[in-house]
Design a protein around this ligand. Structure first.
Ligand SMILES: NC(=O)c1ccc[n+]([C@@H]2O[C@H](COP(=O)([O-])OP(=O)(O)OC[C@H]3O[C@@H](n4cnc5c(N)ncnc54)[C@H](O)[C@@H]3O)[C@@H](O)[C@H]2O)c1
Ligand SMILES: [Zn+2]
Ligand SMILES: [Zn+2]
Length: 386
């Protein structure tokens, strides 16, 4: 089959690779009908994630049709149309029992990337996400093997088109969990840092939840303009103003009830930090995180769906303490939110496909990565079809 494979920093290509086969009795094989490129794929594409091997198949946002099912698959049959969560979870361990699916302690044989890990067990395996997360081949391919098929994939009713539901695999639940984690409700105020696909989905979910005032921070004007038109956010361009100062000025110098950091460890900001991160003297850029801490009100919560790795020197824990700020972070517990979000799409409360700006055949996936990475042609989100 054809699949998008990794060959080093900024080097991906569509190769012919062996077809996946059933390995466990509760696996399925999926014929992929639609797949997308995620901001998390960019961390790997840019060579920022260790434990990538040449030939690894990327892709963790995908859906398709079941073409083979192992004998212990009870919830699905061949011919079913499903969206697959990017998190692989067993459904019955200590963490899955608490619906903390991305902490599933049975699916990832690796030890994870945490520096101060001591004897910590690893969290869940993820599709196409390096060998830190289990080295499981991803879904930017014609076919993909899906482990734990009784726990993850959700069946899609026929009338819904692929594009309407594809983002249930990752960015829609990620935006949703990010907003829920702030604890901000109807009538409240929120700031979303990062106007990429995750930030856009957070804005859509915040609107659905009745949050009144939403600031959105980025420096790509086309992304801010889209969110302003689609979700009525207040745009804040950090190339033109100090974002946190702008938010304070417009909230009686209190700050917003909650903040979402949908940027992560490659945040643009301090040149020194970027150099230090490139030299591996700094684990992550703290530029967005510092702004988030400055923009949240006393007693508010900073929710961090953006990916971070390792340590940050300039982490203002004194400010966190002084303001009594709470933090919620982590990979999304996708399985927990899929059913209610599918219902919201069916009810017309969410239209996640609105953010798609480009549709390409899988054969052009490498061009898609370059375009999404460089923000060329006003790229917001790319859907690939095998
Ligand atoms: N927690 C999860 O389960 C989960 C799931 C999906 C994605 N993610 C992560 O979420 C983050 C965003 O993903 P995406 O697909 O939207 O990626 P993206 O790269 O398209 O978007 C990131 C946006 O942040 C902006 N940005 C950069 N520096 C900034 C700063 N200092 N302040 C404000 N904005 C800044 C960029 O201009 C860009 O528009 C990534 O780190 C991704 O890995 C996490
Ligand atoms: Zn993702
Ligand atoms: Zn589990």
């Amino acid at each position: 089959m054809r699949a998008l494979t990794y060959h080093g920093s900024h080097e991906v290509k569509v190769d012919t690779v062996p077809d996946p086969i059933l390995q466990e009795t509760d696996d399925i094989i999926l014929k992929v009908t639609a797949t997308a490129i995620c901001g998390s794929d960019l961390h790997m594409y840019r060579g920022k994630i260790p434990a990538m091997k040449s030939g690894d198949i990327l892709g963790h946002e995908f859906m398709g049709e079941v073409v083979e099912a192992g004998p212990k698959v009870t919830k699905l049959q061949t011919g079913d149309r499903v969206v697959v969560p990017f998190v692989i979870a067993c459904g019955s361990c200590f963490f899955c029992d608490m619906q903390l699916f991305s902490s599933c302690e049975t699916t990832n044989p690796d030890r994870g990337s945490i520096m101060n890990k001591k004897s910590l067990r690893p969290g869940a395996a993820l599709f196409g996400f390096s060998h830190l997360y289990g080295g499981v081949p991803g879904g930017q391919a014609e076919y993909v093997r899906v482990p734990k098929a009784n726990v993850g994939p959700i069946k899609i009713p026929l009338p819904l088109a692929d594009e309407q539901v594809l983002f249930l695999s990752d960015i829609l639940p990620t935006g949703y969990q990010a907003v829920l984690n702030t604890g901000v409700g109807r009538g409240g105020s929120l700031a979303i840092f990062g106007a990429g696909p995750v930030g856009q989905m957070a804005a859509a979910c915040a609107r659905m939840l009745g949050i009144e005032t939403i600031f959105m921070v980025d420096h790509h004007a086309y992304r801010l303009t889209f969110a302003q038109e689609e979700y009525g956010i207040i745009p804040v361009n950090f190339d033109k103003v100090d974002a946190a100062e702008f938010i304070l000025d417009n909230t009686k110098h209190r700050g917003v009830d909650g903040v979402v950091d949908a940027v992560g460890f490659e945040a643009k900001g301090s040149a020194l930090e970027t150099v230090m991160a490139n030299m591996k003297l700094e684990g992550s850029s703290g530029a967005a995180l510092r702004q988030c801490i400055a923009a949240v009100r006393r007693g508010g919560t900073v929710s961090v769906p953006g990916v971070y790795a390792g340590f940050i020197h300039g982490f203002l824990f004194g400010d966190v303490f002084e303001k009594g700020v709470g933090f919620k972070t982590g990979q999304t517990h996708v399985q927990k939110y899929m059913p209610e979000l599918l219902q919201a799409i069916e009810d017309g409360k969410l239209r996640p496909n609105a953010i798609i700006s480009h549709r390409l055949p899988l054969a052009q996936a490498a061009e898609g990565y370059k375009m999404f990475d460089k923000k060329e042609d006003d790229c917001r989100k790319i859907v690939l079809t095998p």
